[in-house]
Design a protein around this ligand. Structure first.
Ligand code: BG6
Length: 296
């Protein structure tokens, strides 16, 4: 059962409860095969550094303002909708899960690294946006791999449908020089402004040559980001969509929480269930999606 932080004077060895940006409580793990950081605000993983390697997740240098917005970088959780939702009318963008404080349920040493478990349930702060009863459990394993598992359970009496994504931001050496492999043959919706082909099938590795905002549907493929810095492998289960995003020059300039010149050093490759891949749960049913991030 979830407990209050104040009832947890002992955090596991190598795991501290600290204060991050804007005074937000943050769990810092420095033990075993990796170091990492996770905010309770949004259950937001902001850092994962396997021993002897560099920081894999990208984080904007623009600090979080402490408001209810998403942290720019790391792995924001999008739930129960993605962007402005299937009909483009949902608010806030990417849902509320990444904007609310989650409860710490458990911190445990495992053979593979330190596991942190967080929970979010329906409350007046969620029902104001989405009138459904749910329980979300997020397991984060900081190890040689970064393993993320998000389970959503319908605890109400009516079925509901939701979208979700683990909106992972990755550090790259030069986004214009990367190749994203694994999505060849997948159908995508191109959401970038002025896209020449709003829908298409990817014919080969994806190269980023301008503002990129593609939602690949009905694909459970493992994706690889090949960069001069390293190759990142992103495997997933229970997730039929993959979203690839980079704002490039113009969009970067109009985003207040994104530095004008930061776009070359990042790319988002997001695992999720978006659009036609949305999940419907009957009362009592649960769905789990996982993402495993590995440096090759
Ligand atoms: O600025 P936000 O709301 O965090 O979203 C960033 C981007 O996230 C991507 O996942 C979306 O596909 C884009 O459309 C969006 O611009």
């Amino acid at each position: 059962m979830a407990q209050e932080l104040s009832e947890r004077p002992e955090i596991a060895p190598g795991v501290t409860l600290t204060t991050g940006e804007a005074g937000l409580p943050m769990i810092r793990v420095e033990r075993g095969p990796a170091a990492g950081s996770l905010y309770l605000h949004g259950a937001h993983v902001v850092e994962w550094v396997p021993v002897g390697r560099g920081s894999v997740l990208w984080r904007s240098a623009v600090p979080h303002d402490g408001g209810s917005g998403l942290i720019r970088g790391g792995v924001p959780i999008c739930f129960p909708w993605f962007g402005s939702g299937p009909d483009g009318d949902r608010d806030p963008l990417h849902g509320f899960a990444g904007r609310l404080p989650w409860e710490l349920d458990e911190i445990r040493d495992t053979d593979d690294g330190v596991l942190v478990v967080l929970q979010l349930s329906d409350s007046p702060a969620t029902t104001v946006h989405w009138p459904h009863r749910f329980e979300a459990t997020y397991q984060v394993l900081f190890g040689e791999d970064l393993r993320l598992s998000l389970q959503v359970r319908n605890t109400g009496t009516e079925a509901f449908t939701f979208e979700q994504a683990l909106h992972s931001y990755f550090t790259v050496n030069d986004v214009a020089g990367i190749a994203i492999r694994g999505l060849e043959g997948a159908t995508y919706t191109d959401r970038a402004p002025g896209a020449a082909h709003p829908r298409g099938v990817l014919g080969g590795p994806l190269h980023i040559v301008g503002e990129t905002d593609r939602v690949f549907e009905e694909t459970t493929a493992t994706t690889y980001i090949q960069d001069t810095l390293h190759t990142v492998r992103i495997a997933k289960t229970g997730a039929s969509s993959t979203v690839v995003w980079n704002p490039w020059t113009d969009k970067a300039q109009v985003m207040p929480d994104f530095g004008d010149d930061e776009w070359p050093w990042m790319v988002c490759v997001e695992s999720g269930n978006v659009g036609s891949d949305a999940i419907t749960l009957s009362p009592g049913q649960a769905h789990t999606m996982t993402t495993t991030i590995t440096l090759d």
